[in-house]
Design a binder for this molecule. Structure first.
Ligand code: FES
Length: 119
C-alpha cells in the first residue's frame, strides 16, 4: 500500500492510499477517485494539461515507472526533459525527472508527493 500526498498552493493537502500491486492505476485516476482537482484534457499523454511534479518521500527511491513514449514527447515539447535525460533513462531504466504526466504515471508501491498544478 502506497501513500500518495497531493499538494497544491490552491487546495488543502490530501493523502490517499494507492492500491498496492495494481500497476495500472495512474496518478490521475487516483486523483479523480479521491476528488482531487488536477486539471486534465486528453487523458492519453498528448496534451500536457495534467503536468505534475513528483517527489519520493523516502530518499534514494525512484518514483513510478519509466516514462511512456507519449510522456517523453510532451515533456520534451514543454521543455521539462532533455534528450540527454531521455537517453539516461533508457540506460538506467529510471525516471530521470520529477516532471510527470498524471495520466501516464502509474503508481507503484512507494510513498510519493505529487505537486499540482506545476506549470
Ligand atoms: S490529460 Fe492530456 S497529457 Fe494527461
Amino acid at each position: 500500500m502506497a501513500l500518495v500526498t497531493f499538494t497544491s498552493p490552491m487546495h488543502k493537502d490530501k493523502t490517499v492510499y494507492a492500491v498496492a500491486g495494481s500497476h495500472t492505476q495512474t496518478v490521475l485516476a487516483l486523483a479523480k477517485d479521491n476528488h482531487i482537482p488536477i486539471d486534465f484534457g486528453c487523458q492519453n499523454g498528448e496534451c500536457g494539461t495534467c503536468l505534475v511534479k513528483v517527489k519520493a518521500i523516502e530518499k534514494n527511491r525512484i518514483h513510478g515507472g519509466p516514462l511512456t513514449d507519449g510522456e517523453i514527447n510532451v515533456l520534451r515539447e514543454l521543455g521539462k526533459i532533455t534528450r540527454a535525460q531521455v537517453e539516461k533513462m533508457l540506460v538506467d531504466d529510471l525516471p530521470p525527472t520529477e516532471w510527470r504526466l498524471a495520466c501516464q504515471m502509474v503508481v507503484r508501491d512507494e510513498d510519493i508527493l505529487v505537486e499540482y498544478p506545476s506549470k
